[in-house]
Design a protein around this ligand. Sequence first.
Ligand code: DLL
Length: 432
Amino acid sequence: MDRGHLESLQVERLRHMVRHLGDNVGFYKDRLGLAGVKPEDIRSLEDVRRIPFTTKQDLRDHYPYGMLAVPLSQAARLHCSTGTTGRPTVVAYTRRDLETWAELVARLAVGAGVRSDDIVHIAFGYGLFTGGFGLHYGMERLGACVIPVSGGNTQRQVQLLRDLRPTVLVCTPSYSLHLAEVLAEAGLGPADIALRVGLFGGEPWTESMRREIETRLGISATDNYGLSEIIGPGVSGECEVKQGMHLQEDHFLVEHINPETEEPAAAGEIGELVITPLTREAFSVLRYRTRDLCRLIEEPCACGRTTRRMTKVIGRTDDMLIVRGVNLFPSQVEQVLLDMGGTEPHYLLIIRRRGNLDELEIQVEVSPELFSDEMKELRHMERELESRLRTTLGVSFKLTLVEHRTLERGSGKAKRVLDLRGYEATAGSGQS
Ligand code: DLL
């Protein structure tokens, strides 16, 4: 589609979305009312700037169903995204939303080189995370044969790669390297498996990781971006040219702003993505602040698609960490500590990359009284803390209780995270 047609379609769809949300979501009725924005005021793409931003906090404040734009009886599926203090965001889909989602993922997969005679090994988690189900239905939609392996049990994954001979691999980039490593340990290399394409995403990764994945698995590895609040995977992805991720602009209006001034970022600058879904029914947001930082590429792609592209995500404007594809905030740990008592609110998250997998260690200071108490007490508290953290974070970690005043105290902002990925030289990690 040429840009002119695309932009008229976006304006028309934006106007419709403003009407849909203003009519059906109390929060937006108030927001749009206060800003004095009516659907008929949306006449050009510039007019989007009259609409106030939506933040993660807004979604949190309306947990669980306050942002639903259709009666719950019309929802066909719910997914959830991570919350900072035990309040996730509930994302709902109607039947039609699920069809749209499958179509969007299918398009990106075709762009990456997947065809209907491919066999697709999906190692994203199937569950509240949007990765597994999102890719699953997209791949089925394009006619490929799906193996819904889900996450974990790497030995079995290796066996399936060897025996069932899937041609496409879908997972987080870090897990693909882990798979490559376990394959190599079993004495297997690219020649022993049939993979040719990989669709990776859900976490940041580097170009050097891409090269390593491509060599070790003998595939073409593409990057794919999305977030649950918008739809899940399917927002953007690389085509076979692999020069930036094509934004699916007929379904998402994408702005790129300077996060401080909130004005459009200058061409070629790093900016925050602000996204408005244009066709969602059950749940949608206007001008959602993704917190993800990247550059936009306006020039047409050699593949011929007319959409703008985004570079790899370069960072985030908040403190969200992604460990093994799972999003977490340091404040989640803090909340658990505060709820427990007996521990100091001093803690440190240390993330390392061991081989190709992220490892999380959580160090927590224990109050002096407890530390001098019986071992039994301390063990009990350790187990309790571990179980509460596990429930809250949903990712594996090592807990280390440390003595009072062990962790460094600074005068400024407390240092809660020591992210050593990319700094510690670990064999074969490919991180630079
Ligand atoms: O991670 C959706 C997804 C699943 C995308 C599978 C691609 C493949 P959330 O769990 O809500 O959704 O996490 C969204 O993850 O705001 C980014 O910070 C980060 N993220 C997602 N994809 C990428 C990527 C899914 N390709 C958050 N590169 C986003 C860097 C990514 N970061």
